[in-house]
Structure formats: structure tokens, C-alpha cells
Design a binder for this molecule. Structure first.
Ligand SMILES: [Zn+2]
Length: 164
């Protein structure tokens, strides 16, 4: 089901989410379906959106959903960084469409997580996937890209198109 995406300023976005236990397996199926439907609806409307975090639809649990040709479910993810190399990029978020923020992220990351069957998995990430999952992971700790802005001039508003 398509859910409402909480928007910048909603206090729920700044809360730390809780781990998921195996007896929530049935809930996980529903959450994943809702995240998928919500992500696809957002893409339809805005032509963007690669991944979404469960707290963005108001559920305070540690689950991320990414769709890139196929679905990826990350339950209770943990991130680590093999080296210090970072880079600067323009970040956006489904919680503030139209606004981009200049941030710095690690070039490489390793994500350890449970998949939708609660099996432990690990992925090495570089570039796009790395910065994306750092962004999504932050949502689980109540951190938004706005809070990672390099400085207070790192915010860019896109021109909103209107049909007259
Ligand atoms: Zn986001």
C-alpha cells in the first residue's frame, strides 16, 4: 500500500529506530510491500527515488528498502568503512523533494544485514550504492542529509514546475 512519506521537520524523522526481531517476520513482509509501493509511487510522481527507510513511512524499525532492477531488503543493517576516502556529492531525499544538499560521504562501505528471510548477508559498496546506503542508514538513527550539510550554504532548491 502506498504510504505517506514523512516530510522534513516531522519530529518522527529525528528519532532512533529499533531493531527487528524474527517474530516480526510477518510485519516485515507488509512493511516491504508498503515500502515498494511507496517508492514506485514516488518515482511515478518525481522521476527519482532509489531507496527508502522504514521510519520515513512512520514505522520506527531498522529496515531499508532499495530497488535497482530487483528488490533489496536490509534488516538491522550495520555499516563500516574500509578506508577514510570521502567525496562530496549533491544529496536528495524523498522526505524533501526539490531540495538538494551538498554532503560528504565515504567512497567505500561494507554493509552487514539480514535479508528478508533473516539470513545474514554482507555487501561491499562503492560510489552510488555506498553514498545511498549511508544516506538511508542515517534515517535509522534519526539523521537527515540536511544535518550533514557541509556548511550553511550547501542547500539548493530546484525550480518547481507548474502547469498553467
Ligand atoms: Zn532520505
Amino acid at each position: 500500500m502506498v504510504k505517506e512519506i514523512l516530510k522534513l521537520g516531522n519530529p518522527q524523522l529525528y528519532e532512533v529506530s529499533e531493531p527487528i526481531s524474527k517474530d516480526e517476520a510477518e510485519d516485515v513482509k507488509i512493511w516491504v510491500r508498503d515500502l515498494h509501493d511507496t517508492l514506485m509511487a514516488y518515482r511515478e510522481e518525481y522521476g527519482a527515488g532509489r531507496a527508502v527507510a522504514l521510519p520515513q513511512i512512520g514505522v520506527k524499525k531498522r529496515l531499508l528498502y532499495m530497488y535497482d532492477k530487483k528488490p533489496y531488503v536490509f534488516i538491522d543493517p550495520e555499516l563500516s568503512f574500509p578506508d577514510e576516502e570521502r567525496y562530496v556529492l549533491m544529496d536528495d531525499c524523498m522526505s524533501f523533494p526539490g531540495l538538494t544538499v551538498k554532503v560528504e560521504r565515504y567512497r567505500r562501505a561494507v554493509i552487514k544485514y539480514l535479508d528478508e528471510d533473516f539470513l545474514p548477508r554482507e555487501m561491499e559498496l562503492e560510489g552510488d550504492y555506498s553514498e545511498l546506503l549511508q544516506h538511508e542508514y542515517d534515517h535509522l538513527d534519526g539523521i537527515l542529509a540536511t544535518m550533514r550539510a557541509i556548511d550553511n550554504k550547501s542547500f539548493y532548491m530546484q525550480q518547481m514546475k507548474r502547469d498553467f
